[in-house]
Design a protein around this ligand. Structure first.
Ligand code: AMP
Ligand code: ZN
Ligand code: ZN
Length: 396
């Protein structure tokens, strides 16, 4: 009797396991390919991404100003523009912390919740709602924002190989249901790296695009092998524009560098007078220049939605297309850069949604619109944001 029972059980087990797998709730995976300009998708070198776009939806994300990595990654997971969410640059200062500077490469500052707590990112809201999150890198995900981190997170390390990043996510999905994440992020830096070093039209950028495309193909195949349904949002934070040595504005040619603090330089510059009372800096910089326009932060064009946060420097200068604003010893400018006006078509970024209820070409949308769509997929009510919900409302 017992033997018969055991035999029956052995026969049924595989079916039981499969039935359980069939009930796997879908995971939502937010993938960022840093610096993947929207039109890279038309280069004919992305079989996996192109298939996902054809089966699902594609569009172009208009980044928020400044078109830099940290401000835009945080915009997509909060629905707020940088002025509101407080990560106003990759580099920034705060009048409440005189003498200190946030910089994406300085963990002492970049991991301090002080800089991040003007907004609540999707994974924090999700965790609070009982939706388990796991981040394979995302700016802010290593920080205890409002005291909460994703259930699984890793310190950003560019040396963690892409194979390992994918394997880690697949391992998460192999876990028992109770500790399996429902929201996952994944980040790739290679396309941005190659864009900076070699320019957007280089063979190196194409090689990086093809590599990342293959990795995403592996992820999709791995999920299918597990029988794990997934909704994929594949985004980029900004595009990339070719720069070169012939298009350089040296601030030293306009003003003695000792009189300014250049918080950020490049396609845009964030400048504080070294002495708060020094109006000479503004007088010099606000004059018309051939290849850059400078504004007092209170007078920035409205459509940039930038300048009200006290972390925005007193003067913001925006370079013309392909130009670079530098302060200090010149170094060779080559390759590519981003940070320009967010209306620059070369700053537009990738958007693909697969399994999300969206289909076709969704056109050009502000990247803050990713947030309500993401929250809808997670089934978690979104917090108040700057987004209108145009992507979320198009779902069927
Ligand atoms: P950007 O030049 O604005 O595109 O910055 C891109 C760089 O940001 C990449 O080269 C990454 O190494 C870096 N980065 C991305 N995510 C993080 C993170 N979570 N922490 C620190 N640095 C990061
Ligand atoms: Zn970036
Ligand atoms: Zn970059």
């Amino acid at each position: 009797m017992t033997r018969l029972y055991l035999l029956l059980l052995a026969l049924c087990l595989p079916f039981a396991a499969r039935a359980q797998e069939g009930e796997r709730p879908p995971v939502t995976i937010l993938i960022s390919i840093d610096g993947f300009r929207a039109d890279y998708l038309d280069r004919g070198i992305t079989p996996h991404l192109s298939r996902l776009a054809a089966e699902g939806a594609r569009g172009k994300l208009r980044p928020s100003f400044p078109t830099k990595t940290f401000p835009n990654h945080y915009a997509m997971v909060t629905g707020k523009r940088p002025d509101k969410h407080g990560i106003v640059g990759n580099n920034m200062i705060d009048p409440r912390r005189p003498g200190e500077k946030f910089s994406l490469g300085d963990p002492k500052q970049s991991l301090d919740p002080f800089w991040w707590d003007q907004a609540e990112p999707a994974w924090v809201t999700a965790e609070k709602a009982g939706v388990r999150s796991a981040t394979m890198f995302w700016p802010g995900s290593e920080v205890a924002i409002g005291g909460t981190r994703p259930a699984d997170w890793l310190r950003y390390d560019r040396h963690v190989g892409y194979e390992q990043r994918i394997a880690t996510i697949l391992d998460w999905m192999r876990r028992p249901a109770a500790i399996r994440p429902a929201f996952v992020t994944l980040y790739f830096e290679a396309v941005d790296d190659a864009g900076h070093r070699f320019g957007p039209d280089s063979a190196e950028v194409n090689a990086a695009i093809a590599d990342v495309d293959g990795r995403i193909g592996k992820l999709v195949a791995g999920l299918a092998d597990l029988g794990q349904p997934a909704r994929l949002l594949i985004v980029a934070d900004h595009g990339m524009r070719a720069t070169d040595e012939s298009r350089v504005i040296q601030l030293a040619d306009l003003i003695d560098l000792a009189s300014i603090i250049a918080v950020e330089t490049g396609p845009y510059a964030a400048i504080e007078p070294a002495a708060g009372t020094d109006d000479r800096v503004a007088q010099v910089l606000l004059k018309p220049h051939a290849h850059m326009t400078c504004y007092r932060r209170e007078e920035l064009p409205k459509q940039l939605h930038y300048g009200r946060n006290p972390r925005v420097a007193a003067i913001i200068c925006i370079a013309g297309p392909g130009w670079s604003i530098l302060a200090g010893p010149p170094w060779p400018v080559k390759g590519g850069a981003h940070g320009y006006d967010n209306r620059d078509p070369e700053m537009l970024a990738l958007f693909i949604a697969h399994g999300s209820g969206l289909s076709g070409d969704v056109g050009t949308v502000d990247n803050i619109e990713v947030y309500p769509l993401l929250m809808a997929l997670l089934g978690v009510p979104p917090l108040a944001s700057d987004a209108a919900g145009v992507l979320a409302q198009r779902r069927r």
